[in-house]
Design a protein around this ligand. Structure first.
Ligand code: TYM
Length: 331
């Protein structure tokens, strides 16, 4: 059976981008593959969370994984820092990742631009840690959103380079995966780019958001003054709203508003109201489970312990083999 690995950084609650880009695929994949889904708390250290925030963010992601339907008896769910073998593999992989290629990564350049005062080495080697996450379990499929495509390419590069260096075929090539065949990018509500945690308060809709919060955020979404000719191309902020409709609403609803737009009769207020209601319906089952799961600390403890044990079993086998390949021998 093919192995699947994916993770989400523990920097707060999950939003619709995380859900549709990644978690929804996790839930489906757990029935068909040998799955490892983790909470990337080591990755979150690049932004220096306080100990309290770190722990509460890890908890949120764990709770929301479970609320979304990941079953700890089917998939291995674990916290990245509970598996120290990942950090050791990261160290080895750093030896064949070159500074030049890391500096050229788009996400590194974006982060440098956004936070010029915090360009730490962990940020530069972020894709190496990601490669270690994936290679440690020999995953071939990695469910992620479009923004992670380049990181997957780097994971293949580092694994292949290791293989060449040691004349082995030890690491397999991992590829980004989405059930719809195309990797997706969920837009935010601010009229610009993708939905994200660091793109401002009103850009993202979270799985844990109450219905009235979702309504408020959607009603504030950026629009223009409306189409001026029939069948005109939609400007980015309008296209984004239609892209969101495509994800949470029925095809009929999408076609209805698309026809109104194309015949210059669209009323954005109506469109947004419908979009908000469909987002509320789509997230309702998850939202309802979040509080109950969060209150059950015994259960969370059991899930994390079981996951750490299973993940460490797989990871320590890889580490033993990697150390042997590299040439570490006991005297
Ligand atoms: P992160 O935490 O930024 O995002 C988690 C997952 O959500 C997807 N995603 C989106 N998909 C579509 N549209 C969006 N607007 C959107 N926003 C986020 C991301 O593509 C991702 O799949 N580096 C990773 C975490 C990670 C990882 C790994 C993933 C660490 N190690 C190993 C896979 C394998 C990250 O920061 O994702």
């Amino acid at each position: 059976m093919e192995t699947v690995v994916s993770g989400i950084r523990s920097t707060g609650n999950l939003h619709l981008g995380n859900y549709y880009g990644a978690v929804q695929n996790f839930v489906k994949m757990q029935h068909e593959y040998n799955c490892y889904f983790f909470i990337a708390d080591l990755h979150s250290l690049t932004t220096h969370p306080t100990p309290v925030n770190l722990h509460s963010s890890v908890k949120s992601v764990l709770v929301e994984y479970l609320a979304a339907g990941i079953d700890p008896d089917k998939a291995t769910i674990y916290v990245q820092s509970d598996v120290p073998e990942i950090a050791e593999l990261y160290l080895y992989m750093n030896m064949n990742a070159y500074v030049g290629e890391l500096e050229r990564s788009t996400s590194f350049k974006d982060k440098v631009r956004a936070n010029p005062d915090n360009v730490n080495a962990g940020l530069l080697t972020y894709p190496v840690l990601m490669a270690a996450d994936i290679l440690i379990h020999h995953a071939t499929k990695v469910p992620v959103g479009k923004d992670q495509e380049q990181h997957l390419e780097m994971a293949r590069t580092f694994g292949n380079r290791f293989n060449r260096l040691y004349h082995t075929e030890y690491f397999k090539e991992p590829f980004a995966f989405n059930f719809s065949h195309n990797l997706i990018k969920i837009p935010g509500l601010d009229g610009k780019g993708k939905m994200g945690k660091s793109e401002g308060e009103n850009n993202a809709v979270y799985l844990a958001d109450a219905p009235e919060v979702i309504r408020k955020k959607v009603m504030r979404a950026v629009t223009d003054s409306g189409p001026t000719v029939e069948n005109q191309q939609k400007p980015e902020e309008i296209q984004n709203l239609f892209d969101l409709l495509k994800v949470v609403s029925t095809q009929d609803t999408y076609d209805h508003f698309n026809n109104l737009y194309n015949t210059m009769q669209v009323r954005y207020g109506d469109l947004k109201k419908q979009l908000a209601e469909d987002m509320i319906i789509a997230t309702e089952p998850i939202r309802e489970r979040i509080n109950a799961i969060a209150a059950d600390t015994d259960y969370l403890h059991k899930v994390a312990q079981l996951g750490a044990d299973k993940a460490r079993e797989s990871a320590s086998k890889t580490l033993r083999e990697v150390r042997e390949i590299i040439g570490f021998r006991k005297f």
